[in-house]
Design a protein around this ligand. Structure first.
Ligand SMILES: C[S@@+](CC[C@H](N)C(=O)[O-])C[C@H]1O[C@@H](n2cnc3c(N)ncnc32)[C@H](O)[C@@H]1O
Length: 369
């Protein structure tokens, strides 16, 4: 009896703790595995492998669990797994994890079989720093999406014959506000400055894009609730840390677009999309075609802001004239692919003008008709 009593006493609380902890571990492991699957489909075998190792480690109560515990109830849209991986990638890019850098192509390394072990050792060694970076939101500004949008901008220029006034909501670092500074190449046709360091060639269309059209951007402005300053080292590091380290084409494009941004600064206002747009879009500018645009932003807006953004654009659209037209260009989720839609006022209406991958690859131009 004597030796049984303490065991009975401690067993119940221990089981309760184990059950609760087991559930929490399970929830985090599922989030990591969902992201691993997405990375595998979207062409990052390195992250797929590391996230799977992290999921196993969380279930076993290892260093990844040590860093991620307490985060199982974080908002589902906050991309916990990518905040975690971005925090580790930042340390690699800063030179603070040289052993792991040997497995990260973004730092000149090559993934090898022992990458998951080295990853978990790094997580253990730099746990405090990684824990701190979980409070940062995922910040991506995907240059490749300019390839999905370019046909829309050119269509507006072609159909209105006017210079453009472009207004971007959820602009992040504003890299898509410089879409006209990039070079596009599709089946022998090209558009944009031949000496641009950014080259976007990921077109997969039967229909030719309207690359014969010239377009002048007369005014450009953007807003974001959490803008990144593309002209600073800190801004560049933030953006690079959230690109998957074995996706070298995206990294190359991002580095090149950052060089363009340093040469050609555009201030991004820290503002909520609905407030910012309501103020600007009603003030049509005669002689300019206003294009309101966004990519992968609507899902982040509150229901009220979503309504307000839609109303601000359609109200401005109904007041548009031939000399002050309005266009709404957007690349937003359309299932397995992103859908690019264009609506024009006073004439034109809405069309699905292109489809592409979420990062702007494999653009299929459908045209405005
Ligand atoms: C997935 S990122 C896309 C960034 C950029 N449009 C691109 O395609 O590369 C979403 C952006 O929307 C911004 N955002 C989220 N809610 C917002 C809001 N209510 N108003 C303005 N920007 C917002 C975020 O800060 C983030 O920069």
């Amino acid at each position: 009896m004597g030796h049984l009593a303490p065991r009975v006493k401690t067993e119940r609380p221990q089981n309760e703790f184990m059950d609760d902890s087991g559930e929490r571990r399970g929830r985090i492991a599922r989030r990591l595995r969902r992201q691993a699957d997405a990375c595998s489909i979207l062409g990052s075998p390195l992250y797929a492998q590391l996230l799977e190792a992290a999921a196993v480690d969380v279930l076993g109560g290892g260093p990844a669990w040590d860093v991620l515990q307490g985060r199982d109830m974080d908002d589902a849209g906050s991309a916990l797994a990518l905040r975690f991986m971005g925090g580790v990638h930042r340390l690699v890019l800063e030179g603070k994890a040289p052993e792991l850098a040997e497995h990260y192509p973004s730092a000149g390394g090559r993934p090898a079989q022992e990458a998951p072990r080295v990853f978990l050792e790094t997580v253990e060694r730099l746990a405090d720093k990684i824990r701190g970076s979980l409070d940062r939101p995922v910040q991506t500004n995907e240059v490749g999406r300019a390839a999905g949008l370019v046909g829309g901008f050119l269509t507006v220029a072609q159909r209105t014959g006017l210079p453009l006034r472009i207004l971007e909501i959820g602009a992040s670092a504003g890299l898509l506000l410089r879409w006209d500074r990039y070079r596009y190449e599709a089946r022998g046709a090209t558009w944009g400055p031949a000496d641009s360091p950014v080259r976007l060639c990921s077109f997969n269309s039967e229909d030719p894009l309207p690359f014969e059209v010239g377009a002048e951007v007369a005014e450009r402005a953007g807003c974001d609730t959490d803008p990144v300053d593309a002209a600073t080292d800190e801004g560049a590091l933030t953006l690079l840390s959230y690109v998957w380290p074995d996706q070298l084409a995206r990294i190359r494009n991002l580095r090149s677009a950052l060089a363009v941004a340093r040469r050609d600064p555009v201030a991004i206002e820290r503002a909520n999309a609905a407030d910012w747009l309501e103020e600007r879009v009603q003030q049509a500018v005669p002689g300019l075609a206003t294009v309101v645009y966004h990519s992968i932003v609507l899902q982040y807006l509150s229901d009220a802001d979503f309504e307000r953004v839609g109303s601000a654009i359609t109200d401005a659209g109904s007041a548009a004239t031939g000399n002050a037209p309005i266009a709404w260009l957007r690349m937003e989720p359309g299932g397995e692919e992103a859908h690019v839609r264009l609506t024009m006022w006073p004439e034109g209406g809405e069309r699905l003008v292109a489809t592409c991958s979420y990062h702007g690859a494999s653009v299929r131009w459908l045209g405005y008709g």
